[in-house]
Design a protein around this ligand. Structure first.
Ligand SMILES: NC(=O)C1=CN([C@@H]2O[C@H](COP(=O)(O)OP(=O)(O)OC[C@H]3O[C@@H](n4cnc5c(N)ncnc54)[C@H](O)[C@@H]3O)[C@@H](O)[C@H]2O)C=CC1
Ligand SMILES: O=C(O)CCC(=O)C(=O)O
Length: 527
């Protein structure tokens, strides 16, 4: 049974999937401090949060069972990604579910500051009928500058066009062609600052975007510009904004997010009549909260059940076509890795992974993660596909990938060579139509073995009677042989024997086997 802890008031409707899962037990909690969370987190396999809970390294260190942190939303700046990656914890988000909600709030904010709706409301309900103070501006024909043209920025641009606005966009990943398709003028930050009547930011908060709008940018802005931040506190320098309002450059600002949330009672935005604020409500619609909770619950279930998933933030994304092509090979890759990892002794210095046939045409990086995981799992605890490459690198294991378009004998072949200081071994496998996963080569010997269960990998000198001796020894010790394969290159030379057995052989049985003079090496593997 997997235990999932759901924090921050994530929508119950959205996590119904988790409540309904027979293998999952859900606990809901709110407003726990870091220490309170540390006190209970050890028993959980998954943690679901919005933006309120800060998932720190201390929390992860106290969570030996934690496999996944799910963020019901986009921004993961409340989760220590590096610590998660190092510990093999998958961090997933729900990138699509709250796009429209946040875009619509941005528009609501833009119209509110164009027409001073919150200020006018306040006066009117206070008994004043003031029609002179609140003369606003139209959006039509105004220039909107958008910094960050991703999902939300793109939707804001679409709606701005419908309002008759001219849209300028800046995003390091926005191409001229895409901008043209969207009817957006691809511009620099300075261009936007100099020409826009409204500026809205839709980037993540990164070292690059922190204070990307600060005093130098305000200084070149058009007088009367209006500023909106429904992305992250800190993208716009709060102090510089207040100065720019005081000097008359900025006519109004709307902020849903703050450098520190919640802001202190004396925060300068809270009593400034030209600034309107909301308490991080961008994603707070019934629809968005349901969407993100459903998305994140689906992914959490995939991860807990060891099924392929798509929205990991601390792993490169895998496009659907690549995932479809590779998915059938994940298990084979991991098994081949486990086979080699267990059949070699000593520290691994190099892993050479070769893909031939159809696999040579796809980005095989995700499959390499499964292979490396399989290899390292024999030596390291807690290795998974998130931290496998990181662990290999941190242990100076060189992972080399090779590809060749044709495979002599199989449509697809995955071949691994593992090197230690003293040894080098190879295993190759394929997916055979009608037969499934097969190991087809061990070192220089062709074989045909299903990679599962208990295996005995024996190197020996090819002499009459060896097979009988091994069979008798195992039989005498009540170890039933299910299958046997022998591989040799020349009669009387070095050979290998691979046996699958119904139960593992005990240490004593392995020692007895090692004492047979014809056997040069005996390894027991569990796949
Ligand atoms: N107020 C709220 O409740 C919500 C806030 N957000 C915030 O909005 C942000 C944007 O969300 P999405 O559009 O879904 O993300 P996205 O990933 O689709 O778009 C972000 C865009 O920012 C661009 N970008 C990155 N660095 C940049 C830079 N230095 N200059 C200009 N552009 C840069 C990226 O290329 C990308 O196109 C999120 O990172 C999150 O922080 C998201 C949802 C709700
Ligand atoms: O969960 C929330 O309400 C915040 C949403 C947000 O900021 C995000 O998705 O990045």
């Amino acid at each position: 049974m997997f235990k999932v802890l759901v924090m921050d008031g994530i929508s119950d409707m959205g996590i119904q999937l988790l409540y309904d899962a027979p293998d999952v037990e859900v606990d809901k909690k709110n407003g726990l401090s870091e220490d309170e969370l540390i006190a209970i987190i050890a028993e959980y396999d998954a943690l679901l949060v919005r933006s309120a809970t800060k998932v720190t390294e201390r929390i992860m260190a106290a969570a030996p069972k934690l496999k996944v942190v799910g963020r019901a939303g986009v921004g993961v700046d409340n989760i220590n990604l590096e610590a998660a990656t190092n510990r093999g914890i998958v961090v997933i988000n729900a990138p699509d579910g709250n796009t429209i909600a946040t875009c619509e709030l941005t528009f609501a904010m833009m119209m509110s500051i164009a027409r001073s709706i919150p200020q006018a409301y306040k006066k009117t309900v206070g008994g004043e009928w003031d029609r002179k103070t609140f003369v606003g501006v139209e959006l039509r024909s105004k220039v909107l500058g958008i910094l960050g043209m991703g999902r939300i920025g793109g939707e804001v641009a679409k709606r701005a066009k419908a309002f008759g606005m001219e849209v300028m966009g800046y995003d390091p990943f926005l191409t001229e062609e895409r901008a043209e398709q969207m009817g957006v003028k691809l511009s620099s930050v300075n261009d936007i600052c100099a020409k826009a009547d409204f500026i809205t930011v839709h980037t993540p908060l990164t070292n690059e975007t922190r204070h990307m709008i600060s005093r130098p940018q305000f200084e070149i802005m058009k007088k009367g510009v209006r500023i909106i931040n429904c992305a992250r506190g800190g993208i716009i320098d709060e102090r510089a904004l207040v100065e720019a309002i005081d000097t008359g450059i900025v006519a109004g600002a709307a902020f849903d997010v703050f450098e520190q949330e919640p802001p202190q009672a004396d925060h300068p935005f809270l009593n400034n009549p030209k600034i309107i604020v909301t308490p991080h409500l961008g994603a707070s619609t019934v629809e968005a909260q349901e969407n993100v909770a459903i998305d994140v619950s689906e992914e959490v279930l995939h991860i807990l059940r060891n099924e392929p998933f798509k929205n990991a933030v601390n792993m490169p994304p895998v496009p659907a076509n690549v995932l479809n092509a590779l998915q059938p090979y994940f298990n084979l890759g991991e098994k081949l890795g486990a086979f080699l990892g267990q059949s070699i002794e000593g520290a691994v210095s190099e892993i050479v992974v070769s893909f031939s046939g159809d696999l040579a045409d796809v980005d095989t990086t995700p499959l390499t993660r499964y292979i490396v995981k399989g290899i390292l799992a024999n030596q390291l605890e807690g290795v998974n596909i998130v931290n496998a490459m990181h662990l290999a690198k941190s242990r100076n294991v060189n992972v080399v990938t090779q590809k060749s378009a044709s495979s002599k004998t199989f449509t697809n072949l995955v071949s691994l060579t593992l090197k230690t200081k003293n040894e080098q071994r190879l295993v190759a496998g394929t997916l055979l139509a009608g037969y499934g996963e097969r190991i087809v080569q061990i070192d220089q010997y062709p074989v045909d073995i299903a990679p599962s269960g208990n295996l005995l990998l024996i190197s020996h000198n090819d002499k009459p009677g060896i097979i009988g001796k091994v069979g008798t020894l195992l039989g005498n010790n009540d170890v039933n042989i299910a299958t046997m394969q022998v591989g040799r290159k020349v009669v009387g030379g070095q050979a290998i024997m691979v046996l699958t057995t119904d139960k593992p052989a005990s240490k004593e049985v392995l020692q007895q086997l090692e004492q047979l003079p014809e056997l040069t090496q005996v390894r027991e593997l569990s796949l």
